[in-house]
Design a protein around this ligand. Structure first.
Ligand code: 7RM
Length: 655
């Protein structure tokens, strides 16, 4: 941590930077009794059990928690179904209520009531059964933001087939890696998706992926782009969605699944190796996401809720699909880009659909800030009553701008900290109770215990130093393992600080106990709220064939929070030209996906290494951020770093 950062934290708690909940908000809030924290802390299992009774169970559980560290079983003996809880349960009271209000990039609209959504999910679940899928078989889903994506997920959940959703921006190779690891039998995709007016050729990418993925027996293709994305259908393997559902029964019993039945796998970047398959199970996950949705977003019956994430990431899984639908909420879903056709698209959507709760990422907020307040000012945003932030630390300037220009100064902001692994929000304000402070996610959710520890695992006193953020006790939506790699699960998360879950984040507790998250302390970057392993980008660079050695580090980026800087040593006589830079950038984008495209590529004759030949990333980070260089005494060859620095200054170019 830099001294600059230290002073940044000291001012966070200044009196003029505190936002108290307005009494009008508190009096109507879902949670307004502050003793909830003590009650939950006194007996977390009783707390979770009480909340779990709000869900619909086919068979009640026998034990709330079995904790054979780090292996957790929540609600053992219980049977339920996530799709049933998101749909069937609402039919009596909310059948005609809007579940999904979808808008395509070109402005077309589609509304699905709970009854209609139930019907579509049942039909598609029957289709999946007819394709021969049985409980436990995995299904890969590679789609854009269309209603059929949540329909496909809920259909899988209904028949007990874990889904593995792969973000539509990922490359064919990323897709096939994920299919192969999960050994998926069916792939659901679409002809093409729309983004900023152009077509993303999803089916074509899927075809390329399937050249290396033998486990897939059937491909279901949704028609979305039509003539704009011509596809080749592979005889005996590929079928159109609309043909398959024709005449299929619209009733399909929800499978009564064990509480610990695998609901889904979602791949996320780690420190080394390929992305890891994060495994979430049924009952605990649904409880965690449903309860946090209700309490953190203060969700009421007539709210119109919009989470702007893509369902390809965990935020979309937990807070577009499972959490909101379990609450019977009306959810807005938008297919396209925020600047299409113009930079006011989000605000146009908010005003037209009368959105009341908006959940988005700091990267987007910083982008809106840069575009200027004139865009939100074009629209009436007075329907909004609560704002959320997720994915990265939100800088106080962006927080204050969000509050003023989007929230009109009247909406509480919930800065929610959580991870793919945690499944549910863990550190967050409760909007009717918690005094907020721009730049801090505030306090653990009721029933959650978090600490900051030092190198030796000793707890650090609030208001003193920064350290490692850990969660001290199991929570219901926690991931249960890494798919087919239990050793890595233990090693990565539970071994470093015995007795605690290590998040991989650095953080500090302010004097009042509030948590301020600094960012990842491992070799994982957070680019625009998306996790990318430095190792993945390095492998992609090496794979180009031109690179002898590569070291990738994060660099400060005005909008994305973190950008990607790659220090590269080229092979033999390959020259470090502009076109070589462009070639490498393009190669990484093709290999992983456009989100991994490096912002800077710095060619270097040598990389700074210790005498034991470890690349000193700390120094590279200092160079990339233009800081005074840290300690260089352990370098094998101190001249390398000076040379690098001057090379960087001469050729480093940000896109
Ligand atoms: C939900 C999600 C997780 C990483 C996490 C942090 C960072 C997320 C916040 C945050 C500061 C926040 N899942 N992070 N939320 N940092 N304040 N409110 O993003 O698995 O993709 O990423 O994101 O570093 O470890 S994720």
């Amino acid at each position: 941590m830099t001294t600059e950062m230290q002073s940044h934290f000291d001012v966070l708690l200044a009196e003029d930077r505190r936002y108290r909940p307005r009494p009008e908000f508190t009096s109507e809030a879902n949670v307004s009794d502050p003793t909830i924290y003590e009650k939950a802390a006194a007996d977390p299992e009783a707390f979770w059990a009480e909340q779990a009774r709000e869900l619909e169970w086919f068979t009640p559980w026998e034990t709330v928690l079995e904790w054979d560290r780090p292996w957790a079983k929540w609600f053992r003996g219980g049977r339920m179904n996530a799709s049933y809880n998101c749909l069937d349960r609402h039919l009596g009271t909310r059948g005609a209520k809007r579940a999904i209000v979808w808008e395509g990039e070109f402005g077309e609209e589609r509304t699905l009531t709970y009854r209609e959504l139930h019907c579509e999910v049942c039909r598609f679940a029957n289709v999946l059964k007819h394709l021969g899928l049985r409980v436990g078989d995995r299904v890969a889903i590679y789609m854009g933001m269309v209603p059929e994506l949540p329909i496909a997920m809920l259909a899988c959940a209904r028949i007990g087939c874990p889904h593995s959703v792969v973000f539509g921006g990922f490359s064919p190779e990323s897709l096939s890696d994920r299919i192969n690891d999960a050994e998926a039998r069916v792939l659901i995709t679409q002809d093409g998706g729309f983004r900023r007016g152009s077509v993303v050729p999803l089916k074509q990418n899927a075809d390329a992926a399937l050249e290396r993925s033998a486990s897939i027996e059937h491909v279901v293709v949704l028609r979305r782009a039509g003539d704009r994305a011509p596809v080749k259908m592979c005889e005996g393997r590929d079928r159109w969605w609309h043909e398959l559902i024709e005449g299929v029964e619209d009733e399909c019993d929800a499978e009564p699944l064990d509480s610990e039945h695998m609901l889904y796998i979602l791949y996320t970047s780690g420190t080394t190796g390929k992305p890891k398959g994060i495994v979430h199970t049924t009952a605990g996950y649904l409880l965690g996401t449903a309860l946090t949705t209700k309490w953190v977003f203060d969700l009421k019956e007539d709210d119109v809720y919009w989470c702007t994430a893509d369902i390809g990431w965990v935020t979309g899984h937990s807070y577009i699909v499972y959490g909101p639908l379990a609450n019977g909420a009306t959810c807005v879903m938008y297919e396209g880009a925020p600047d299409y056709p113009d930079k006011d698209r989000f605000w146009d959507l908010v005003a037209r659909h009368q959105v009341t709760v908006l959940y988005t990422a700091p990267t987007s907020i910083r982008m809106f800030m840069k575009w200027g307040a004139e865009y939100p000012q074009r629209h009436d945003l007075s329907s909004l009553r609560l704002l959320g932030s997720v994915g990265e630390p939100i800088n106080p300037e962006a927080w204050v701008w969000y509050n003023q220009h989007i929230g009109g100064g009247r909406c509480p902001i919930v800065d929610t900290w959580w991870q793919t692994e945690t499944g549910m929000i863990l550190i967050t304000p409760l909007p009717g109770l918690t005094e907020t402070v721009p730049g801090s996610a505030t306090v653990p959710f009721p029933g959650i215990s978090a600490s900051i520890v030092d190198e030796n695992g000793e707890e650090i006193e609030p208001g003193t130093a920064a350290g490692y953020l850990c969660i001290n006790h199991p929570w219901p939506a926690m991931f249960r393992t890494i798919f087919r790699d239990p050793d890595r699960f233990v090693e990565n998360y539970w071994a470093r600080f015995p007795g605690r879950y290590f998040t991989g984040d650095g953080a500090k507790q302010l004097e009042n106990g509030y948590f301020a998250i600094i960012g990842r302390v491992d070799d994982v970057l957070n680019v625009a709220g998306h996790r990318i392993g430095t190792w993945e980008v390095e492998s992609a660079l090496i794979d180009s064939g031109d690179v002898a050695e590569a070291a990738v580090v994060g660099m400060q980026h005005e909008i994305k929070g973190q950008g990607i800087a790659a220090f590269v040593t080229l092979k033999g006589d390959i020259e470090g030209t502009d076109s070589e830079q462009e070639k490498l950038r393009r190669h990484v984008a093709e290999k992983i996906g456009p989100i991994a495209r490096p912002d800077q590529i710095i060619f270097a004759a040598d990389l700074p290494k210790t005498r034991s030949a470890k690349i000193m990333r700390r120094l590279l980070r200092d160079i990339a951020d233009g800081r005074v260089l840290g300690d260089t005494t352990t370098l094998a060859d101190p001249a390398v770093v000076e040379q690098l620095k001057s090379q960087y200054e001469a050729q480093g170019k940000t896109e």
